[in-house]
Design a protein around this ligand. Sequence first.
Ligand code: PEP
Length: 262
Amino acid sequence: MERMSDARGLVVGNWKMNLDFVEAVHLTQQIGVVLRHQPVAHTDVVVAPPFVDLRSVSSVLEADRVPVAMAAQHVNAHDAGAHTGEISVGQLARLGVTQVIVGHSERRTLYAMSDDVVRATLFAVVRAGLRAILCVGEDLDVRSAGGQNEFVAGQLRDALEPLTPAQRALVTIAYEPLWAIGTGRSATSDEVRAISTHVRLVAADLEMPGALVLYGGSVSPENAGELISQGVNGFLVGGASLKAESFLAIIRAVDDCYAELR
Ligand code: PEP
C-alpha cells in the first residue's frame, strides 16, 4: 500500500458488552494518563463503550482532555419514535459520539442484522455527518471455499453503493473475518495483505480511493507490529482493548509504524 507522508493510523477499541460505568471511567482514565504524558503523534484513537457508559466516558475525555474520540457500537436507523430499547443517531451525537460501528458480525449473526438494516443504518449515520466504521468479513465456510474476496466485495457494494461520494468519504472499512474474532486466531500477515489489497480495489471502484481500512480479529500487542505493515491503516480491537496496557501497546505499535513512514 502507498501511504501519504501525512497519513495517520487508527485504532478503535470495541468494548462490546463489557465494563459498567465505573469500570469504563477507570479504563478511560488509565488510557488518558498515558496518552497525555506520552502522546502518539501519528495515530487516532477511538473507544466504543456500551451505550450506558457513553456519558461517563465522555465526561472523563472532556475533563481530562484525553485525545481519544468516542464511538458507539451500534445504532438504530430511525430518527425517533416507537422503537423500544433502541438508540438514535441524534441521541448519540448529543453525547459527543462522532463515529458508529455499523454491521459488526456479532450484530449480523447474533441479532439478525440483515444487509438491508446494515445499509439503512450506514445511511442514517453518514446522513447525520458522523463517521461510520463498516464491518465486513466472511465466516470459516466461505474462507475454506476460497470465497472471501467475492463475499467481502458483495457486503461492501451492498452497503456503500447507495451513498454519495461525500457520504462514502465518512466511512472507514473494517475487515473482520468471523473466524478470527475473539478466537485468539488472527488472520496471518499474508491473509491480511491479500484482503486489504482486495478491499482497496473494491473501494477504489466505489470512488473511495483514500478509504481507511482496518483489520480486526484477535489483534494483540504480540501481532500488532507485524499486521500493521500489511496494508491496513490500523485495527478494530475487541478483547485487547479492555486492558489499558494491551490497548496502549497496540496503539504504540501502529504509531511506530506510521512514524517510520514520515
Ligand atoms: C471485534 O470485536 O471487533 C474484535 C475484533 O474482537 P477481538 O479483537 O476480541 O477478536
